[in-house]
Unconditional design. Structure first.
Length: 191
């Protein structure tokens, strides 16, 4: 099954983001189960990259539509952006800690809780609203936009970067290119 298909039909943006959530939580579970410090670090780096790609794509293509088309959309988007801030801050802290540091797993567990909460909110509340208020064709197109955005998005947390569509569309691809170059040069695993 390709990421843009589910059960033989074309996936919409909610399907794609839900798949992302499942993959992120599976990575989180691997991190919790791992007793190998290097494997824990590598899997965390992969998780961070996936979360960043996902969050940037949401901010570029999902949040602007939510603000315009669903009831209380602006408030929901602001709440989501605040959660993204917390998640990015924790990921940056994890990047700066050694995986053997006792605080590492403490911070990771907090990150896992935030990711789980954020995914639950989206899947149980926001995605059904998107499907109620947005035509299916537009949701499918948004899914394609999200998939394309994830290919160019940053792979590292940048806590001082704004969570805005304009920033991501104008500067984000350049930051993503620098991140991917740094990843390659340092051997950082992001997939």
């Amino acid at each position: 099954m390709t990421p843009s298909q589910t059960n033989g039909s074309i996936a919409d943006v909610a399907d794609i983001l839900t798949t992302d959530h499942k993959e992120m939580m599976a990575l989180a579970e691997q991190i919790k189960r791992s007793s190998d410090i290097d494997q824990r670090r590598d899997t965390t780096e992969t998780l961070i990259a996936e979360v960043m790609r996902h969050a940037v794509a949401e901010e570029m293509y999902v949040y602007p539509v939510m603000e315009k088309c669903i009831p209380n959309g602006r408030e929901e988007v602001e709440h989501d952006k605040q959660e993204h801030d917390e998640i990015v801050t924790l990921m940056k802290q994890l990047e700066e800690l050694e995986a053997a540091d006792p605080q590492y797993m403490e911070r990771f567990e907090k990150l896992e809780g935030l990711l789980s909460h954020h995914a639950d909110d989206e899947e149980s509340d926001q995605f059904p609203k998107l499907r109620k208020y947005i035509p299916e064709e537009q949701l499918i197109e948004m899914g394609k936009q999200v998939e394309n955005a994830k290919k160019l998005a940053p792979t590292r947390p940048h806590p001082s970067a704004p969570h805005s569509e304009l920033f991501h569309k104008s500067v984000g691809a350049g930051i993503g290119m620098v991140d991917r170059l740094r990843d390659k040069l340092t051997g950082r695993v992001t997939k």
